[in-house]
Design a protein around this ligand. Structure first.
Ligand code: 3PG
Length: 391
């Protein structure tokens, strides 16, 4: 792909697609990780003398209608504080917009435009007509082929990748394409069904595939153990068995918990009881891994050359079930391995245990991170590659 950092942007109209889809409460941004990640790109464009336009979606509003709840105004307020340049929100921009070098114009939520979701060509052409250079920097939305991520890249005079997108793709490539081994992945979360393709793809490349949360429960059941009232997917037990066999066949391993922490209800106050994995009762719900399992997994992480982390291994938002996730987070922080982490719950755990500085790369992607792990091509990256051949 062509990189924004290599281009002369002086005096050019530069339209940057960022993923500024952040949580907002009472008109204020409540988590600014994605904004902090986008700012260096905006500053680079400004320093190159560009007329800077930034666009993003926020939330999932009904298309074609304005919805104050999904306005980018709180994001603009944040950027106005964070950037030295003047920043303003533009609602009417599709017909053309006046902009000066040195200022930043943020377009109102692109999902207010009819045709955004289905990647309408007319809308994409209008966006493309606004700029001399289109910069795709929204890694978190690169799995969506929409007018502001894909179509605009098809029609813009020049389409390139921004520094954040490049950094994300470089970090993922370092972890998965030619990793320092052993390569260890942690896949947590509630359901095997939502991560089946990730598990499938990772079990074919990693040395150790650590499963956690509800996902681990299905593997525990697959080993013939009672999981009581725990969240698990009976219909996916054969899949779990197949994945374990597949990993073993190529010398890999999916370690399944040997001890667990159970409660009687999904509640902050339910007492925690430690049990060997073969002693779970019918009324029990598994909410965390036990200390023996934790010690075994920490050892695996200690010897890792590369670590990929997506998803917690327990209900870490409840203190009595947080020990497993906390210990693994600490092990990742202490490790010399190249580590990459992504996904909403994972970022919450990283924040909670304050280890962001100690993870080699924290991705801004949720769904996009997972699709990359699944081995899928991200359409918004594919179109940049295609354009790079002809421009
Ligand atoms: C995300 O938060 O994963 C991205 O911003 C994409 O949002 P979407 O799932 O609504 O397309």
């Amino acid at each position: 792909v062509i990189r924004m950092s290599d281009l002369d942007l002086n005096g050019k109209r530069v339209l940057i697609r960022e993923d500024l889809n952040v949580p907002v409460k009472n008109g204020k941004v409540t988590s600014d990780a994605r904004l902090r990640a986008a700012i260096p790109t905006i500053e680079l464009a400004l320093s190159k003398g560009a007329k800077v336009m930034v666009m993003s979606h926020l939330g999932r509003p009904e298309e074609g209608v304005y919805d104050a709840e999904s306005s980018l105004q709180p994001v603009v307020d944040y950027l106005a504080q964070a950037l030295a340049a003047p920043v303003r929100l533009a609602s009417d921009y599709l017909a053309g917009i006046d902009i000066n070098a040195g200022e930043v114009v943020v377009f109102e939520n692109v999902r207010f435009n009819k045709g955004e979701g289905k990647n309408d060509d007319t809308l994409a052409q209008k966006l493309a007509a606004l700029c001399d250079v289109f910069v795709m920097d929204a890694f978190g939305t690169a799995h969506r082929a929409q007018a502001s991520t894909y179509g605009v890249a098809k029609f813009a005079p020049v389409a390139c990748a921004g520094p954040l997108l490049v950094a994300e793709l470089d970090a993922l490539a370092a972890a998965l394409k030619n990793p320092k081994r052993p390569l260890v992945a942690i896949v947590g979360g509630s359901k095997v069904s939502t991560k089946l393709t990730v598990l499938e793809s990772l079990s074919g490349i990693v040395d150790q595939l650590i499963v956690g949360g509800g996902i681990a429960n299905t593997f525990i059941a697959a080993n013939g153990n009672n999981v009581g009232k725990s969240l698990f997917e009976a219909d996916l037990v054969p899949e779990a068995q197949r994945l374990m066999a597949q990993a073993n066949a190529r010398g890999g391993n999916i370690p399944v918990p040997t001890d667990v922490v159970v409660g009687q209800a999904f509640s902050e106050t339910t007492p925690a009881t430690l049990k060997p994995v073969n002693a779970v009762d019918d009324g029990d719900m598994i909410f965390d891994i036990g200390p023996d399992t934790t010690a075994q997994l920490v050892n695996i992480l200690k010897s890792a050359g590369t670590i990929v982390w997506n998803g917690p291994v327990g209900v870490f938002e409840f203190e009595q079930f947080a020990a497993g996730t906390k210990a693994l987070a600490q092990a990742i922080a202490d490790s010399d391995a190249f580590s990459i982490a992504g996904g909403g719950d994972t970022l919450a755990a990283i924040d909670k245990y304050n280890i962001a500085d100690k993870v080699s790369y924290v991705s801004t992607g949720g769904g996009a991170f997972l699709e990359f792990l699944e081995g899928k091509t991200l359409p918004a990256v594919a179109i940049l590659e295609q354009r790079a051949k002809t421009q």
